[in-house]
Design a protein around this ligand. Structure first.
Ligand code: ADP
Length: 723
């Protein structure tokens, strides 16, 4: 190891001495009266005046500097401080070359050698030059930095190694003015490469009284890179903070907000100044506060926390947040909590809606009596409703039915048929709609079903099939029974029609044929009365009267019966009939009776209809005739005939204020031969209303009556507009 005579001390960043050479030991002993030892702090070595200045220079120049400190009136200490690097280029410690400069040393040859040594061995690029430019001395570190040899460097001017620009000019001007400058400039290497460097240039006067400059140059590329990286990551973090769509915030250990990004301010709904004054806890919905406090305590004890909470803004807006809180470490100590809060109100609302919809869907499909199932490509059941899993699979809940296939439940033959049918549907994509099918359930019972199978694709494009089937066994059975019933009814109706026809035929023939013998009986009874009147006693006379009366009544019955049986048998021409005229004609035929009873007749507006006139005439005639016949003796009869136009039919009304009858007989009076009054009170055969009913039935209309005993009756009938 080369022995140098310059006192050199090695110190660490805390100014504690690590090692020293023998010159340093001598220097400390002789000049400063201190014995060097490890970990001795320089503060205790240097006199206070020098220590303060040295300490300040060291800090400002980060350990790379050269300065002269006044020691006594005649002596000064010159200190060169430069860092020592480890193998990886990091600063390990610092070496201080110390020298007492006094007239005694000024011309010392040793002194110059020592200085040269320092210059040579420094890891800093050092240039000694004339203030006007020419380089007088450079060291090896300078050669290494710029890539030139010493000789080459000495030939170069300042502008060859430092980029010429306004910064350089300003720096030179400042240095010349102040005697010293420390600035960042751009160095130029021999190969043309440029690099950022820190230049420290000092003007001093050498022992010969000449002005010189000492310039140290440090490559700060790495530092710049680090600074850039640090700046970039700071910027990136800031951008992440500022532009994060989620709320990002920090709060201290007490929960008071320290910083909030815009999204957080939007959430809080307050200005930044206000938000920074508040604690986060009142923003949490009361029901969640205890839980959130627990999470926050865990976060400040170092655990990352994620939770959901209900949040209320300063303006009262309610939100649901998904929060992640994590501790902030400063110098290994937790100083607060960083948080990211995502507004998941919409998501929660959607989830809630989905849940509700799912419940609704489940309720619908479970309460529907139809069987619903969904299968996937592998024929596995992935959804069933209550009807299906209970009736087809015979299991207690949907869960037990999931994943199963038809093979698990049906007999092999039936299952194969079902699987083939489903495969066909899924492959050709054609739905089966309401197909009647016979399907066996898990008990092997065969049911008629109405089956719909709709193929579909899942989100991942896999095939699936929705099936809806309805058990129509009962309907089928009812349908069958109904068909049988219909058949029987039809048969019965045919038989009835035949017998009715026969009956009408019989009534017609009987009434027609009976007339002749009856006329004979009446005429002979009349002859008997005429010729033997004197010879017959009163009793015989009375018998003849009864026989004649009976025959007359019988004749009337036969005539009425004939009339009844003729309704619908005889076809009449359909003509336009003015009902007002028709009613007037009917009334003129009843004129005698009207006059006798002093009846008042009111005719409303009546339409003109395309009908068989004789039939309608008979209908009105019978009803008006009854109204007159069953009038009350206690008051003047008032009979009203009116009509009402409905959407599909005409409704007619014949009302009277006659004797009326009990409500219970309103159906009975339309039956043939049914009478409510004795013949000696009111003449009649009980066929009139039966004829009316038959006529109205033939029209396709209805006839009915509303009556009140002692007050009068209202007869109604309808005639469809199209019959
Ligand atoms: P008839 O008048 O020949 O007895 P109908 O068939 O015309 O036969 O009438 C049947 C019965 O209905 C009558 O006997 C009578 O008792 C009752 N009736 C019919 N029209 C009226 C009416 N306008 N007021 C009260 N009762 C009536």
């Amino acid at each position: 190891m080369k022995k140098i005579v310059t006192p050199v001390l090695k110190i660490d960043g805390n100014f504690e001495i690590i090692s020293w050479n023998t010159s340093a030991e001598e220097f400390l002993n002789n000049i400063l009266n201190k014995s060097p030892k490890a970990q001795l702090n320089l503060e205790e070595v240097f006199p206070p005046g020098i220590w303060t200045k040295f300490h300040s220079d060291f800090k400002t120049n980060q350990g790379i500097f050269h300065n002269i400190y006044t020691f006594s009136e005649t002596e000064t200490i010159e200190v060169f401080s430069s860092p020592c690097l480890d193998d990886e280029g990091n600063i390990k410690n610092y070496s201080l070359c110390i020298k007492v400069v006094s007239p005694k040393y000024t011309n010392s040859c040793d002194n110059i050698i020592q200085l040269k040594n320092i210059l040579e061995n420094s890891s800093l690029a050092i240039f000694l030059s004339d203030p006007s430019g020419p380089i007088v001395e450079v060291n090896r570190a300078a050669c290494k930095l710029f890539g030139y040899s010493i000789e080459e460097l000495k030939q170069l001017s300042r502008e060859d190694i430092i980029q010429m620009n306004s910064d350089l000019e300003t720096a030179i001007a400042q240095r010349n003015k102040a005697g010293e400058i420390r600035t960042e400039l751009v160095g130029i290497k021999k190969n043309g490469e440029t690099f950022p460097c820190e230049v420290h240039s000092v003007i001093y006067t050498n022992y010969e009284g000449e002005k010189r400059t000492s310039t140290t140059i440090v490559d700060i590329s790495d530092r710049k890179k680090q600074e850039l990286i640090a700046e970039n990551s700071k910027q990136a973090f800031q951008s992440l903070f500022d532009y994060n769509p989620d709320a990002v915030y920090s709060f201290d250990l007490k929960g008071n907000f320290v910083d909030l990004n815009q999204a957080a301010l939007n959430l809080v709904e307050g200005p930044r100044e206000k938000a920074r004054e508040i604690n986060f806890l009142p923003l949490i919905a009361p029901e969640d506060r205890d839980r959130v406090m627990m999470h926050s305590s865990k976060a400040v004890s170092g655990e990352v926390q994620r939770y959901q909470t209900n949040f209320i803004s300063l303006k009262g807006t309610k939100k649901v947040l998904d929060v992640t809180n994590f501790p902030i470490y400063v110098n290994k100590k937790i100083t607060g909590v960083y948080g990211i809060a995502k507004d998941i109100s919409k998501q929660v609302e959607i989830e809630q809606k989905l849940r509700e919809e799912h419940n609704m869907f489940r309720a619908i499909i479970d309460y529907i009596p139809d069987h619903i199932f969904v299968i996937n490509e592998k024929h596995e059941t992935i959804l069933t409703n209550h009807s299906f899993y209970k009736n087809y699979y015979g299991v207690e809940n949907e869960q037990e039915s999931l994943g199963l296939t038809a093979l698990d439940f049906f007999e092999k033959e039936e299952a194969t048929r079902v699987l083939e049918d489903n495969t066909r549907g899924m492959n050709n994509g054609i739905p089966v709609i309401n197909r009647e099918d016979i399907v066996q359930d898990f008990n092997g019972k065969k049911n008629y079903t109405l089956l719909t199978k709709v193929p579909f694709r899942f989100g991942d494009n896999k095939k699936g099939l929705v099936g809806i089937s309805r058990n129509i066994t009962e309907i089928k059975e009812k349908e069958k029974a109904l068909e049988e019933l219909n058949e029987a009814l039809k048969k019965h109706a045919d038989e009835l029609a035949l017998s009715n026809k026969e009956l009408e035929q019989f009534a017609y023939i009987a009434s027609h044929d009976l007339q002749e013998p009856l006329r004979m009986v009446t005429s002979f009874l009349t002859q008997l009365k005429k010729k033997y009147n004197n010879k017959l006693d009163d009793r015989a006379q009375q018998y003849i009267y009864f026989a004649h009366d009976g025959a007359t009544r019988m004749r009337q019955i036969i005539l009425d019966l004939l009339e009844y049986s003729r309704v619908g048998r005889v076809a009449h021409k359909v003509t336009a009939v003015n009902l007002e005229h028709l009613v007037s004609e009917v009334l003129s035929l009843q004129k005698k009776s009207i006059e006798e009873k002093n009846a008042k007749i009111k005719i409303g507006v009546l339409p003109e209809l395309e009908v068989e006139e004789p039939v309608l005439r008979q209908l009105f005639s019978n009803l008006i005739g009854n109204a007159l016949k069953y009038s009350s003796k206690e008051r003047q009869p008032v009979i009203k005939i009116s009509s009402l136009k409905n959407k599909k039919h005409w409704e007619f009304k014949i009302s009277d204020n006659g004797i009326g009858f009990e409500e219970e007989f309103k159906e009975q009076i339309f039956i043939i031969f049914q009478r409510l009054h004795q013949r000696d009170e009111y003449e009649g055969t009980g066929i009139g209303l039966a004829i009316c009913k038959k006529i109205v039935d033939n029209f396709g209309g209805k006839i009915w009556v509303k009556s009140s005993l002692g007050k009068g009756s209202n007869f109604y009938f309808t005639i469809p507009k199209q019959f």
